[in-house]
Ligand binder design. Structure first.
Ligand code: 13P
Length: 253
């Protein structure tokens, strides 16, 4: 019932020539069933015009961040109105790198999510625990607090435009993937939270995707988990391996 979702988060990687090559040699050659799976990629802001003009129609675009402020005198920002105006349907918010390096708190992520949804954008909302949280048994508390800050800002209807990305911080860029069982445990927790805090519709319809060292080698095992609806891919999204990850999701459970 839920369509799988695979996002490629390109982070602050690639020159324009590298992005062009990735689009031409990997992204525009992806073949998948759009009834079964959605695919979106997130280049850096500056590359979006070229990518938008040259990407195959089945792959959607995402922006990696949006502003906490609206259009106006806010030097260096890009607001959700401008994202919408430019025709970008998706925004990644609350990525752990934004939280870690740019001071984004749960409250900021909640507010940014509301601003984006108020513009009818769709949001990949990222949550995840640090290694120390996991080791001290705080994983679900941390995730619950991250989700609660988003819930506080949204109407129940707005959850239909949210994909929750579970990205354990200790697995991002480390080559240490959560095992399928570890991922499923947290995904099931998030689904339970959606049921108790938002409602049955959100519980059943919300995609919960996994991110953190996803590769062409582990994607097929991860996707077998019943509460795992796809991936948010970093490093492997810059390589031909992304095609294998999309193929694994297209095959499904
Ligand atoms: P890696 O796939 O490089 O671990 O990054 C995951 C991620 O942060 C996606 O948003």
């Amino acid at each position: 019932m839920r369509r799988y979702f695979v996002g490629g988060n390109w982070k602050c990687n690639n020159t324009l020539a590298q992005t062009q090559s990735l689009i031409n040699s990997v992204i525009n050659k992806l073949v998948f069933d759009t009834n079964k799976i959605e695919v979106a990629v997130a280049p850096i802001f500056l590359h979006l015009p070229w990518v938008q003009a040259n990407i195959q129609k089945n792959v959607q675009l995402a922006i990696q961040n949006s502003s906490l402020t609206k259009m106006g005198a806010y030097t260096g920002e890009i607001s959700v109105e401008q994202v919408k105006d430019f025709g970008i349907p998706w925004v990644i918010l609350g990525h752990s790198e934004r939280r870690q390096f740019y001071g984004e708190t749960n409250e900021i992520v909640g507010k940014k999510t509301r601003l984006a949804l108020d513009q009818q954008l769709s949001v990949m909302a990222c949550v995840g625990e640090k290694l120390a949280d996991r080791e001290s048994g705080q994983t679900t508390n941390v995730i619950q607090a991250q989700l609660a800050a988003i819930k506080k800002e949204l109407t129940i209807e707005q959850w239909s435009k949210v994909v929750v990305a579970y990205e354990p911080v200790w697995a991002i860029g480390t080559g240490k993937t959560a095992s399928p069982e570890q991922a499923q445990e947290v995904h099931a927790f998030i689904r339970g939270w959606l049921k108790s805090q938002i409602g049955t519709q959100a519980e059943q319809a919300t995609r919960i995707i996994y991110g953190g060292s996803v590769t062409e080698k582990n994607a097929a095992d991860l996707i077998k988990q019943p509460d795992l609806d796809g991936f948010l891919v970093g490093g492997a999204a810059l390589k031909p391996a992304f095609a294998d990850i999309v193929a694994a999701a297209n095959k499904g459970r």
